[in-house]
Write a protein that binds this ligand. Structure first.
Ligand code: SAM
Length: 298
């Protein structure tokens, strides 16, 4: 059962009808999806491989690299040599969107502020053909090792891993682009079929996450070059971790929210957001609930 505080929060934020849609999307289990890693293969080769293995797949309108596998389990993918060789990476569809919203540029200095296990770091490296200079920061040492492992497996280059609290990054650093995929309560990933995940989720976790998110976002705005852009994202659908954090961080700052806009976006299962231009995704069979806002420093 979903915690009462959460049910009340989503009803207050979204209204009864949309809250019911959110709860429907949390029935579970969630479908498997993967990203073709262009540093090692092509989407065409991945499509051919899946067909040869008899694994059904659907393509997505917003990225040629994204594959939804309506029938396969993750363990079916673990057995494929292409998985072992880092040609494909298991990644929820929603989690592929923040790098797309950021649009990393070759040659740019990019900070991935909360990077492990590294799905989005590797995706940004692939999107730039390994031609961006990426600093991947992760505070947890064990998770940073997993990050290193995943980056190596996927063939990334020009990625520098820093094991440290991103809130304490030196103030003299400056980046052209920043991804802050912030630690969060994970409210968008809850599944009724996963009682352990539900037990780990609490009102206190939401409050604590919001406090850390605000500190991280303030830091990110300081590290961003004037004219540079960043994406703030979470796998939570609660306003307190999303719109409220962005509004608080931007108060008195020379920066503004820019509308996220990429081809195929209109086909996503969107939730309303009180922050114009932000993207909030409804949990579904295929999507984790997710939030992202793109911010430009003036
Ligand atoms: N971006 C990652 C990906 O796509 O694979 C997922 C990031 S996960 C949502 C958040 C990560 O931030 C966790 O690995 C957590 O250990 C790390 N983290 C939490 N607080 C941090 C901090 N203050 N500085 C750096 N990393 C932090």
């Amino acid at each position: 059962m979903l915690p009462e505080f959460f049910v009340k929060s989503i009803e207050a934020q979204y209204g009864a009808e949309t809250a019911a849609r959110i709860r429907d999307g949390m029935q579970g289990p969630r479908r498997t999806s993967l990203r073709a890693n262009r540093l090692k293969t092509t989407p065409e080769a991945v499509a051919a491989l899946l067909s040869a293995q008899g694994i059904a797949f659907e393509r997505l309108p917003w990225s040629e690299d994204a594959f939804l596998l309506p029938e396969a389990a993750e363990r079916d993918i673990w057995q494929l040599p292409a998985y072992e060789q880092g040609e494909i990476y298991l990644q929820n569809l929603s989690s592929m969107l923040p790098p797309i919203a950021l649009a990393p540029r070759p040659g740019a200095d990019i900070l991935d502020m909360a990077a492990a296990p590294g799905g989005k770091t590797a995706q940004m490296a692939a999107m730039t053909g390994n031609r961006a200079n990426i600093t991947a920061c992760e505070m947890n040492k064990i998770r940073a090792e997993k990050l290193q492992y995943n980056l190596k497996k996927q063939g990334t280059a020009r990625v520098n891993v820093m094991i440290q609290d991103a809130r304490k990054l030196e103030d003299f650093f400056r980046f052209d682009q920043i991804l802050l995929d912030a630690p969060c309560s994970g409210s968008g990933t809850l599944l009724l079929s996963d009682p352990r995940g539900i037990r780990a989720f609490s009102e206190k976790l939401v409050r604590n996450s919001a406090a850390v998110q605000l500190q991280l976002l303030r830091k990110a705005l300081g590290l961003l070059k004037a004219g540079g852009s960043m994406v703030y994202s979470t796998c939570s659908i609660l306003e307190i971790e999303n719109e409220s954090v962005v509004r608080s961080a931007l108060k008195g700052k020379k920066a503004h929210v820019e509308a996220i806009d990429f081809p195929g976006m209109e086909r996503l299962p969107l939730l309303p957001s009180s922050l114009p231009g932000a993207l909030c995704l409804c949990p579904t069979e295929a999507h984790e609930g997710f939030f992202m806002a793109r911010i430009r420093k003036d």
